[in-house]
Design a protein. Structure first.
Length: 290
């Protein structure tokens, strides 16, 4: 009776180096090749060169809008995330209402709503407050502040400010869920141990829970920053001169659709790939520290 071995012998291959070819990151090589091709066109083609230098100002504004919006969204998300795990009924329900409403409405609709609905309403509220202050608080500094508020006009609020506030408000809901998941990932026993040592709820959250939760949520936050960088293209509907809007303008002034949008896509890809490498580096560092 023949006994078969459990270890199968490797089957001979006609081309031995095909296994090594399968391990090559072809997707990265293709992206690199396309990037080199676009760079070559920028240096050799006047059309690509003109598009590149016209769009570079939009890259700066895109980065600025993304950084400010994401920083504000982190603050909003942390506060709302704490509300999502709070035992306070009012705080919890207000936080949940904000998260569910914002996540249920497209970001583009929210941006338009902020720009053309909430901003005029906020100015009307400021005008009403200024009138009340002038009637009831006729004090020197208060009068100056009230007059400044009364003179505010809808044109005094730049579209870029409305876009930043709208993006921050939208992404605050997503960051709130990230923080909530990070906090809930920490064992409940740590909160109980901190409370047993005499810490208040806020002290235990600040010194014990949040430091560990932030280490957990750093990679998802990095991915969300990449997402907000890409979604910043939506503010082009508000005529903010970021990268996508400048792409539209360049196509309109030169009628060079192919070259314009190739350059726009190339610049976005450079930004997102750079951030992806940074996020992966942070993930590795967090893994080593654990």
């Amino acid at each position: 009776m023949a006994i078969t071995s459990d270890i199968e012998k490797p089957s001979p291959k006609l081309i031995p180096w095909t296994e090594k070819l399968a391990q090559v990151p072809w997707w990265a090589l293709i992206i690199l090749l396309l990037g080199v091709l676009i760079v070559y066109f920028i240096f050799t083609s006047p059309t690509y060169e003109d598009a590149f230098f016209f769009l570079i100002a939009g890259v700066r504004l895109t980065i600025q809008v993304s950084l400010i919006s994401f920083g504000t969204a982190l603050v909003v998300g942390l506060i709302v995330g704490l509300g999502r795990v709070s035992k306070n009924v009012v705080f919890y329900n207000l936080s949940s209402l904000y998260v569910e409403v914002v996540r249920g409405i497209p970001i583009l609709v929210m941006l338009i709503y902020f720009a053309f609905v909430l901003t005029p309403l906020a100015l009307q509220l400021l005008h009403w407050l200024s009138t009340a202050m002038l009637q009831n608080l006729a004090i020197g500094p208060v009068v100056g502040l009230a007059e400044s508020m009364a003179n505010l006009n809808i044109r005094d609020v730049p579209m870029v400010v409305r876009a930043i506030v709208g993006l921050a408000f939208c992404y605050g809901a997503f960051e709130a869920e990230v923080f909530r998941a990070g906090i809930e990932a920490i064992e409940r026993g740590q909160m109980e141990a901190a409370r047993s040592l005499g810490m208040s709820y806020f002290q235990a959250m600040r010194y014990v829970i949040l430091p560990q939760a932030i280490r957990t949520v750093l990679p998802p936050l990095g991915n969300d920053f990449i997402a907000i960088l890409k979604d910043s293209s939506l503010i082009s509907v508000l005529a903010v001169r970021e990268l996508t809007h400048l792409g539209k303008l360049n196509r309109a002034r030169t009628f060079r659709t192919f070259e314009t949008w190739n350059t726009v896509a190339f610049l976005y890809l450079i930004l997102t790939l750079s951030l992806s490498i940074l996020v992966k580096f942070i993930e590795r560092r967090m893994t080593y520290e654990k």
